[in-house]
Design a protein around this ligand. Structure first.
Ligand code: CA
Length: 724
């Protein structure tokens, strides 16, 4: 499909991805809530305890609840029959106003969770009161390497320690009781552009953590540290380095044969920024590997090649990090189709045979079922419409590319499904083993892919080799209306119940209030999910019927959890607008007037607390911008540079998503201080990088002229409305 209009990426924004103790006394705990105390050594997470977490519904001990990461709670107190009585038990306000993505842990009545800037909170789940908090004092200037907000997806626990990875690359061990630092390790050698947003996992006393940064020039790796001391045990790179130096492993030497040109100079990508799972019987650690850097393969690997182990799942020995097998979902990735999405392990009966499987719905739109002992492909089927590949060929295990997919062969922009946001992103799925269903927070949305004719690699900046100016919407008001309508018509988001054996959709709930967040399934026959409008809902596992909902007052993207204390089953989810889409913002998101209210929300049957009433937003004052006198070519240059360098945080078309300052509303001091902030880093401490070495003064002047024009656009539109 040729691109007839160029703003399809913005669909993501129209999806809004961005984004109590009272009542009845239900002291009748179900048997599930009372058993299993034998394996509990109070407050201490042991290998035995975490391996048997599937039998321990009271606690949520590791990121995906169990090592197989099914996110399935065996608790049955809250059911499809009584979920209507679920009410707010307590809420806990975070002091930050950025994106919230964490899955909390609950260990013997204490919740450990994280907010933006990698701040950790310990909360008493009986009262909702804070026990302690720990602020790692993240270097705020590191925000410039965080493509998708300064988020954190949660902690890990082992022994009497809690572990958090910080945005600026440290792994920290904390005392679980007091929140004091036990050790702190630099996982990145203070090298930009690495970040950490994912939750660590702990296996047999080793804390495992990866990094983000593929868009900025990173070379992906994952590292294991001793949980007691922080000593490094092993490190595994996911892509080969400079071949003139010895390879770190035979697996990387093999991988190097699939790369061409001088890939190591720009890092290659392949960061392990989110998903991991572990099979204790096989002693295999599974890691999800991210996209290539730059995205454009003509730049990354000039003569082609599969570029192992980009966009792959790799199985490693947990003790040594030794490579066992890999499966590459997207050979020669050109579309940011990372395989970092949630990995789920289960045992399934497939064609009469019990198979140990691994399942993933990576960004590329196909749902994969692999044999997790061998890495062999069992089946793959698209779970959202895809146009970059016609199918996965079962013989070659490879996608069959369409002609449109190869945008990098020419200069024509191409509209492809899924967009670079993927058919599914980091928001975790959930798997109900009883009914054999995966619940996928899916996105159906096209995106424009185009090679960037002006591409020039700049270390530490957005280096994808693709042209971001296609992400922008028309600035003309009438054209904008048309574009928004077309965008909305082309995109949707749904919670999909998927049968992984038959590879087919069983039901779907189509979101009307923004895309869905992470998912929880429970043995009570329920599936829980929040959405971009702030609605938190429970669905019937077998039919998808919405049975209950609650207004969370702010986009919910994080995954819910369930656990029990004193015989009461609780459900908790974290609310808080943020992430890539909320930053990129734009006209569609602006209309929903998004507000960040970052909170931990906890529910139980019969509880009836209320959130504080929402105050109407204060009217936005538009200070007088400087005169709009720039020449058209300066505005045009500013528009292009803004799209490439500024839009991912300050919003496309200079319309902010409500998290980071909207430059159109800058006051006189902002305009006067432009060079100080943009060029020399006067606001470095709030996360605004200095562009001194990256943009010339002529270039920042052009961006300023463009932003000024956009301020005048608002001013003129307001004047026109007043006249009417
Ligand atoms: Ca990416």
């Amino acid at each position: 499909m040729r691109v007839s209009f160029l703003w399809a990426f913005l669909l993501v924004l129209s999806l809004g991805l961005a984004g109590c103790g009272g009542g009845a006394d239900e002291s009748t705990a179900t048997p599930t809530l009372q058993k299993h105390k034998a394996v509990v050594d109070e407050g201490n997470v042991t290998a035995e305890r975490i391996t048997r977490a599937d039998k321990d519904g009271d606690n949520w001990l590791t990121h995906g609840r169990t090592y197989d990461e099914q996110r399935y709670s065996p608790l049955t107190q809250v059911t499809s029959a009584n979920v209507s009585q679920l009410g707010l038990a307590w809420s806990f306000d975070l002091p930050t106003k950025r994106g919230v993505e964490a899955t909390p842990l609950v260990i013997d009545g204490v919740m450990y969770t994280t907010g933006p800037w990698s701040i950790v909170y310990a909360i008493d789940v009986r009262t909702g009161h804070q026990i302690w908090s720990y602020d790692p004092q993240v270097d705020r200037s590191w925000a410039q390497y965080a493509c998708c907000d300064v988020v954190n997806r949660g902690v890990a626990a082992w022994g009497r320690h809690i572990f958090v990875g910080t945005l600026d690359g440290y792994l920290v061990g904390l005392d679980a009781e007091s929140g004091t630092e036990v050790w702190r390790i630099d996982t990145i050698g203070r090298r930009a552009p690495y970040t950490i947003t994912g939750a660590p996992r702990v296996i047999k006393g080793k804390v495992i953590i990866g990094n983000g940064g593929a868009e900025y020039g990173a070379r992906g790796y994952v590292t294991a540290y001793d949980a007691e001391t922080g000593r490094r045990v092993w490190r595994v790179y996911t892509v080969p380095g400079d071949p003139s130096r010895p390879f770190e492993s035979p697996a990387l030497e093999k991988a190097a044969a699939t790369w061409t040109g001088e890939w190591w100079k720009s890092g290659g990508g392949g960061t392990v920024w989110d998903s991991m799972a572990y099979d204790p019987q096989l002693d295999l650690l599974y890691i999800g590997v991210g996209n290539g850097g730059p995205w454009n393969p003509k730049i990354r690997s000039t003569q082609g090649g599969d570029n192992l182990y980009l966009s792959s799942i790799i199985a490693l020995r947990s003790e040594t990090g030794d490579y066992v097998w890999h499966f590459q979902t997207t050979p020669g990735d050109a579309w940011d189709y990372a395989a970092t999405q949630h990995i789920v392990l289960a045992d399934l009966n497939i064609q009469g045979k019990q198979r140990k499987v691994l399942m993933q719905a990576p960004k590329n739109g196909f749902f994969y079922v692999l044999d997790r002992e061998s890495g062999q492909l069992i089946s793959a089927k698209n779970y959202v419409p895809v146009s970059w590949a016609s199918r996965i060929d079962p013989a070659t295990r490879r996608p069959v590319l369409t002609d449109d997919a190869r945008y990098y062969e020419g200069t024509q922009p191409r509209l492809l499904r899924p967009s670079s946001a993927g058919g599914h992103n980091w928001q975790p799925m959930a798997f109900d083993p009883k009914v054999r269903r995966m619940f996928i927070p899916a996105i159906d949305m096209p995106g424009v892919f185009a090679a960037d004719p002006h591409f020039e690699e700049k270390a530490g900046l957005w280096n994808t080799g693709t042209d971001r100016s296609y992400d922008a919407m028309p600035e003309d008001p009438a054209q904008l209306e048309q574009a928004l309508a077309q965008s909305a018509a082309l995109s949707s988001a749904a919670l999909i119940a998927w049968d992984p054996v038959e590879q087919r959709e069983v039901w779907r709930y189509v979101h009307t209030g923004g895309a869905g967040g992470g998912v929880l399934a429970t043995a009570g026959g329920l599936v829980f999910e929040g959405d971009g409008s702030g609605e938190f809902a429970a669905f019937d596992t077998s039919t998808g019927r919405k049975l209950w909902h609650f207004d969370g007052q702010s986009a919910i993207q994080a995954a819910p959890i369930s656990y029990a204390v004193d015989g009461n089953q609780y459900v908790t989810v974290m609310a808080g607008l943020g992430g890539a889409y909320a930053l990129a913002g734009g006209a569609a998101l602006e209309r929903t007037a998004p507000v960040n209210r970052s909170r931990v929300l906890t529910f139980r049957l019969g509880a009836n607390q209320h959130l504080p009433a929402v105050e109407p937003p204060a009217p936005r004052l538009l200070p007088d911008p400087p005169p709009d006198t720039a020449a058209p070519d300066q505005i045009a240059l500013g528009r292009r540079l803004y799209a490439m360098r500024c839009s991912m945080c300050h919003g496309v078309n200079a319309i902010s998503g409500g998290i980071i300052p909207d430059l159109r509303y800058m006051d006189a001091n902002g305009h006067k201080g432009w060079d100080g902030v943009v060029t020399y880093g006067a606001k470095k401490l709030s996360g605004m990088p200095a562009f001194e070495k990256l943009l010339t003064l002529d270039e920042t002047d052009a961006i300023h002229a463009y932003v000024t024009r956009r301020a005048w656009d608002v001013k003129r539109a307001a004047a026109a409305t007043d006249k009417k």
